[in-house]
Every structure is written in structure tokens, then in C-alpha cells.
Design a protein. Sequence first.
Length: 450
Amino acid sequence: MPETPRSFATTQVQAGYRPGVAENTAVPPIHQSNAFEFASLSEARDLFALRRDGNIYSRAANPTVLVFERRVAELEGGIAAAAVASGQAAVAIALLALAKQGEHIVAARQLYGGTVDLLQDTFADWGIEVTFVDQDDLDAWAAAARPQTRAFFAESITNPIAQVLDVRAVSDIAHRAGVPLVIDSTVSTPYLQRVKDVGADIAVHSATKFLGGHGTSLGGVIVDLGTFDFAAEPERWPQLTGPYRRVPGGSLVERFGETGSPFVTLVKTKYVHDLGPSLSAFNAFQLLQGLETLDLRVARHTESALGVARFLEHHPAVARVHHPGLESSPWHELALTYLPRGAGSVFSFDLQSTGDDDEDFARVEEFIDRLRVVRLVANIGDARSLVAHPASMTHSHMTPTQLAQAGIGPTTVRLSIGLEDLGDILADFETALAGALVPELDQLDAISAR
Ligand SMILES: *Cc1c(COP(=O)(O)O)cnc(C)c1O
């Protein structure tokens, strides 16, 4: 009780809670508070000047979010991480912190659809130029680099075709061009591949997918893997090596080069601060719960997905399965090198085509309608098994050329295999595919063989 009795209104706002009291909760609590109370004005001054660590305002940092950042950074073997509200924000901000107007990025053309939109549309509006290359074409990566280039960007396993990137080779080319390699590790997760060990410098994730793993919470995270030396060519990176007004006491490299991450400090104090895509404490809590079972879940996802891929490969209604764990995949060798624990659970397959787009679409629709265990949802990395039709859903705004380059046809079906019983998933496909056979095709083959 306070010395002087409080009025009802003051009591209802202040009673029963003292900031700064550790409650010894075994699980990181949800610090659902916009802001944090300072012990004194001089403490506030030190915090605002970044002379000491502490909480100010949840757009900049929140204790629940910090736990998530530290945990992902450690899983990736990185030095620091910045969590943001979505994977889309993570990609955008990681690249904005590297390249500004008049500068240039080289990116794989097999990227997530939202990232393609960001790079070719919004970044173009902002005067940041992007060259897209076939990620398997190492000469194209090398040829695309220019003096203005500030980053190479790719996904370690692409979606929907599940191409495996030769990360080491692309990283060598990026480093010869004097720029960091940024890898979107959403599909592989640090359990299947620690991209730092194979040459990446910055990892980004849509934590919405496997890190959270239960389809409940959007989130993203940017990890500085601590491998790129921005001070080696200081004139290229004035945002890190030049004066920085937001933090007194020299450049970010001078202030944080030894003890922290100049890059993550820039991301947080400039881009998250100014643009505002902060991760909420509640979502950080959900994502932390997901992380606790990451290895168990991804191991099951991966094993079941390979089981489904092998089943589909032998089914007469299926023309092709795009899974790098299969010996038939052009990326099988890379998968053996880079993904010894398996190639993840997001992949696709093509139903046999009739050659007629409308008819093919109707057959894909009937097939998806017949699925009962596997659900039609525009997401991946959920505990549930999900199916999508890239050509009419996630990739519907792409041009026919872009679709063809991405290996997506009218009968391409994307899967994200979940945690249900594998037998139930296979039975679901067995039933749904039984109606998707194309008897006419056999006749056509017979006719053309005559
Ligand atoms: C989903 C996804 C994103 C975007 O993440 P959101 O959390 O949906 O904003 C980025 N990259 C990849 C590879 C994704 O799968």
C-alpha cells in the first residue's frame, strides 16, 4: 500500500504493478507494453544516446522481441538480429540498409513473389536498380555486378520449384565484387542449413513460416552473421563508416564494430525506427514457442515431404516432381552438398497436362477439391499440410515469360507438407489423384506412335 491513499482512478491505473520487478517466470513473458519507465532523467538521457542498453519504446525494442532476436541470432551463428513485423519487412529493410537511390542489387529471379514485386516495382520507384539473374548461372551473377552494386540476394531453397542455391559459389562472386551475400533462409531454416557456414553474410527469414511453424503469427528477422567487413572499403558504406547523427560518438563501425553489429544497429535505429514495421511482443512470444520445437518439426516436415515426393514421382497422374531430394532433380547434387538433413518440405509437382490450359485448370481445380487432409491455403511452413496453385494464386501477376523462367506451368501444384501422419497425407493424395488421370493422353501417345 502507498503511504497516501490513492483515489479509485489512480488505483485502477497503477496498483499492483511495479515496473522493473523480475517475476522469475520460466517462460519469457509477453511484455505487452508500448513504453518503459525510466528510473531518472539521466538514465533516460543515457538510453537515448545509446550509452547504455535498456528499454525505451517498443517500436525500437521490446524485451520479448529481444529474446526472439537473440535466439535466432544464436541459431544462425550470427552476432545480432533485428526482428520485424513480417518477412516482407525483413527483406525490404535488410536491402534498404545496404542500397540507396542510384545503387544496385543483383538478385536471383527465382524469388518469392512478394520479393519480386518489392524489387522490380517499389525499389524501381525509389531509384534502386535490380538485375535479376538465373540463380544457377554463375557467369550471370558475375557479369551483373557493377561499381554501384551493394548486395547479392537469393533464397537458399526457392519456392515453388525448390531449386537449391550454390551458396558458396555465389558468395565467392559477391565477395569478389566487394558486396555481402544476403540469403532468404525461410524455406531451409537454420536447422537444415546454417548459411553462415557456406558463405552468406546476412540471413533474412519470414518467421511467419517454419520458425513460428503454426500458422498463427506474422514476423520477420534479419541476422548479421558477422562475416562481412564493411570497413574494408569504407567509402562504399558511408551509412556505416561515416558520421551518423542518430548515435553520437562517431560512425556505427567505430561505435559498434568491436562489440556489436553496426549493420543491425543501422537497421533498428534508422529503418525500423523511421518506417515502423516492429514485431509485436505477442507475436514474438508465439514465434519463440515455435522455435522451441524447430528441429523436431522441420525433421518431420522434411521426412514426410520426401515420402510424398517419392509417392508422387511414381503416380501416373503426375508428370514431374520438383523435389531436390529426388535423384531425378537437377538440384539433387547441390541438395546432398548443402542440405545433408534434407531439402525441406516446400516443393511442387506438375499434373499430367492435356495441352489445353482451360482443361488443365479445371483438372487442377478438381484435384484440389478432392483433397481433405491437405488444405488450400496461401502459406507455407504451417503445422498443417497446404496446397496452392502458383499460376492462379501466389504467382498470378507474373508475366508468361516470368512464369516459364520460374518453371511454373498451368498444372504446377505447390505443397508445404505439414506434421500430420504421413499415411493419412499419402492416402489423401491417392484418392485425389485417382480422378486426375488423363486417359486421353494414353490414346494421344498411341496415335502419335502409329
Ligand atoms: C512468405 C515469404 C516471405 C514474406 O514473408 P511474410 O512474413 O509473408 O511477409 C519472404 N520470403 C519467402 C521465401 C517467403 O516464403
